[in-house]
Design a protein around this ligand. Sequence first.
Ligand code: SF4
Length: 430
Amino acid sequence: MRLTTRRFVHLKKVSEVKCSTDTSSEVEEEPPSRSVGVTISDLPALKALPPVKPLSSTSRTARKFKQTYFSGITDRQWNDWRWQIANRVRSKDVLEKFLVLTPAEKAALEDHQTKLPLAITPYFLSLLAGRDTEYALRRTVVPTVNEFIALPGEADDPLGEENQSPVPGLVHRYPDRVLFLTLDFCSTYCRYCTRSRIVGHGRLFFNRRRLEQALDYIRRTPSIRDVLLSGGDPLTLGDVRLEWLLKRLRQIEHVEIIRIGTKIPAVLPQRITPQLVKMLRRYHPLWMSLHFTHPDECTPEAYRACQRLADAGIPLGSQTVLLRGINDSVEVMRDLLHHLLKMRVRPYYLYQCDPITGSSHFRTSVEKGLEIIRGLRGFTSGYAIPTYVIDAPGGGGKIPLMPDYCQGRDGDSIVLRNYEEKLYRYPDAL
Ligand code: SF4
């Protein structure tokens, strides 16, 4: 509720009346609130709230999958993020034990060397098993031959990050913040990854010498107030290594905030342990940009992971890539955004898919993205609506895109179109 000055004055008068028995007309404008003159003992007894249902550690889908394919594995092992990483599916032969591959998927895994390796955690695989071959989540992680179709305008480094890298693994594009690539490892590889030229190649390690170089650059550059740790996925590091880095960053006085970009809550939620969040909360202000793509990623496990992070006081934002046939409809996107709000994650960016080499099967038109924003704005909470952006090819940074709500000027007024396509005038300040 917006508390205007007028209302504030009015409320003050109500409380004064209680003492003075004044019944001035100003007070009678509005009936006094129920709380005036009511004591606690007058209130009806409050019913005890039902206890908050604890989120189960393993969802029904994952349990069924585990029973079928990993019957000898204990719940403890399944919920151990290191076990999940050690048992990632990384080859066609193993993947075929779980999924019936299409000719296009087989060909991608047999005949070609995909730029980005295959890796899927057993947990994430449990979400794909038993679903059809066009299932959205399957398309995000299982390669197809479409990845080998390179179209004009596509590039391995479409954002020109290599040209903006003062030291290996650090991208300094904007004056006050840097992107710190901590390692090139992810638990699960997304087929549309912007950094597929780097991730999974086993060349960017959590190597102390390289990291010290990057830290030194940050130390020497006082304009840097915001450091975004990314990769690869920084949360695939163990607690000790991650803390080593966070501690050093926190020792740099001009670094105001640290952000971690991660897809872990969606693909390996078991990683968000109480020990991890206990460690992370020592390095506030710490923010997280989570990467969710589709509502089906919002499982009980993902809810629990976000709950732990949010309870540790970490502001959570989400970054979603707009992907053809995966989340490019108002209904799917709205469903995802509503889940995110319930998970206490603020939708932050909706990215137009970067033109990486072999991405044409994932890319939608820009008009499609605008149509989705148009279908959300006004129809759901403002908090649910991310900023739709194109990361400008060549290193121009993020450029926001909005449907045309401002229709132009008519004399001293601005003509505006609302979400119901109705026109309104706003008298502009001269
Ligand atoms: S988690 Fe992020 S860095 Fe890793 S493959 Fe997916 S998009 Fe790329």
